[in-house]
Structure formats: C-alpha cells, structure tokens
Design a protein around this ligand. Structure first.
Ligand code: MF3
Ligand code: CO
Ligand code: CO
Length: 269
C-alpha cells in the first residue's frame, strides 16, 4: 500500500490547489524578465499566495530530514541548475532559462507545478531543450491510465529524452501528493515498461522530469539544496500534478496560462 486514493471530495481539493499553484506561475510570467532578481520573484509569489489566494506555501520552512529549512515560496533554477535553486539576489539576464517551481496548500491539499521560462532571447539549443523537456513530461503523462504501471511512465520519458541526445536525472523524481507534499511512491523518470505499481483511479502524483543537455550526473551545492549538473550543461524541468481517472488522467495543475499539450496528445474524457 503506497498511494493514498482520493475520493471525489479529495479530487476537488486537489483540483483547486492545483489550479491555484498554476495561477502563481501565470501571475509571475510577465515579471520573468532580464534585470529582476529571483528574490524579487519570490516576494511577489509569496505575497500572491498568502494575500490574494489565501493559501499557504508548502516550501517556506520545508525541511525534510537532513535538509536545512527551504527559505522560498518558489524554487528558481537557472541554466545549469537542475532543481531546488534558492531565490536570492541573483539577477536574471537575457538568454537565461529558468525553472520556477511552486507548491501551494489550499484547505490542506497540495498543488505542485513548474514551468520553464525563457528570459529574453535565448539560443536555439536552450529553446529546444525547454520545448523537448515539456514534450518528455507529456510522454509520461500520456501513459497514465488505470492498469498502466509506474515503469511505463519512466520508460516513455527516458526513451524520448535519450532519443534527442539528452540525459535523465536519476536522483530526483516525481511523487505521490495530497494532504502531504511528498507522499509515496516515487515516480521515476526512467525505467522499464511493464514494471512497478499498477495505477488505479483516485491516485494523484507529480510527473516532473529533469533533463540535461549533457551528462546525467549532478552535484549538490554547499547551501544544502541547490542541485547543478556536474558538467555544467543546461538542464530543464516541467512539472504537473495528475489524477488517475477511470479513463486515463486529469491534470490538476492547469490554469489559463498553462501551455497547451503537444499536438500529438489526444483529448481526455
Ligand atoms: N516543488 C518541488 C517538487 O516538485 C520540491 C521543492 S522542495 C523545496 O517536489 F523545499 F526545495 F522547495
Ligand atoms: Co513535485
Ligand atoms: Co515542484
């Protein structure tokens, strides 16, 4: 027994929390420009979460065993930063790619999502990495339906990413989510189709592949949180929270600013 199953009230709670998390990213989008600091983006996000959305931040003060408390309402992971970048006085500059990851709590339910942002004009190879990492996430999402196995998700992401010449980060993964931020099980972004736990309606979890242009190896910085690529190659990540439905999946983390699914994704009932 690893997944918690959400009943229809739980699914409603997850839908609301998920939409609100996505709306934080919508709100931040016009501010993600050259010359702003990641700390200023964090202040904007925290104020919006607390005072406009009347939510809590799941990340401010978050301290899993062995970690110092995370100070921010968002993670800001620029260029070769893979994930968990701490907001601060770092200035965004033209040509940067940045992942902004936000998790809010509404009525006890968690919504967790992230997107890549292009800061001004970016190189074609940076744009390609961001676009294809989005597609890689969707290759995982598209596998979600009752009876599918967790390994189907990871295998689809890995196959697509590696076919582009990219690598998949192994040390961090998606996760069950609900009334807790990080619930069991882990959702790996690599693996073997047909293996792992079987999916069933009412499960909610994140799919959040971290894809590197170079090698898969990572290193943690001395702040106890920031993860970078060992070879300093660019890294990208996108994240959605999904619900397994009787026919397939429903995205929890959608809002008016969510990018559309890739054209090859067929509509879900
Ligand atoms: N939002 C991240 C995830 O997708 C976790 C961030 S934890 C933090 O699971 F403390 F770094 F914010
Ligand atoms: Co997550
Ligand atoms: Co997240």
């Amino acid at each position: 027994m690893s997944f918690t199953i959400k009943d229809s009230a739980g699914a409603d709670g997850m839908r609301l929390a998920g939409r609100l998390a996505s709306e934080v990213l919508d709100f931040l989008t016009p501010h993600v420009r050259p010359g702003i600091t990641t700390g200023a983006l964090d202040q904007l996000a925290l104020d919006f979460i607390i005072n406009v959305q009347q939510c809590q931040s799941a990340t401010v003060g978050y301290a899993p065993p062995g970690y110092p408390p995370f100070p921010g309402a968002i993670c800001t992971s620029i260029n070769h930063v893979v994930c968990h970048g701490i907001p601060g006085d770092k200035l965004l500059k033209k040509g940067d790619i940045v992942n902004i990851d936000v998790t809010v709590i509404k009525d006890g339910w968690h919504g967790d999502t992230s997107r890549m942002f292009l800061v001004g004009d970016c190189s074609p190879f940076a744009k390609r990495l961001c676009a294809l990492t989005y597609e890689a996430m969707w290759h995982g999402i598209a596998k979600v339906k009752p009876g599918a196995r967790l390994g189907d998700i990871g295998a689809a992401i890995q196959k697509f990413a590696e076919a582009q010449g990219y690598s998949v980060v192994r040390e961090f993964c998606g996760h069950g989510i609900g009334q807790k931020f990080h619930e069991e099980p882990q959702i790996l972004h690599y693996g073997k189709a047909g293996t792992g736990e079987e999916l069933a309606p009412g499960m909610t979890f994140t799919i959040e592949p971290m894809i590197n242009m170079g090698r898969k190896d990572i290193r943690e910085l001395g702040d106890g949180w920031t993860i970078v690529t060992k070879d300093h190659s660019l890294s990208a990540q996108w994240e959605h929270t999904v619900l397994v439905t009787p026919l397939g999946y429903e995205l929890m983390t959608v809002s008016s600013g969510s990018p559309p699914p890739p054209t090859w994704v067929s509509a879900q009932a």
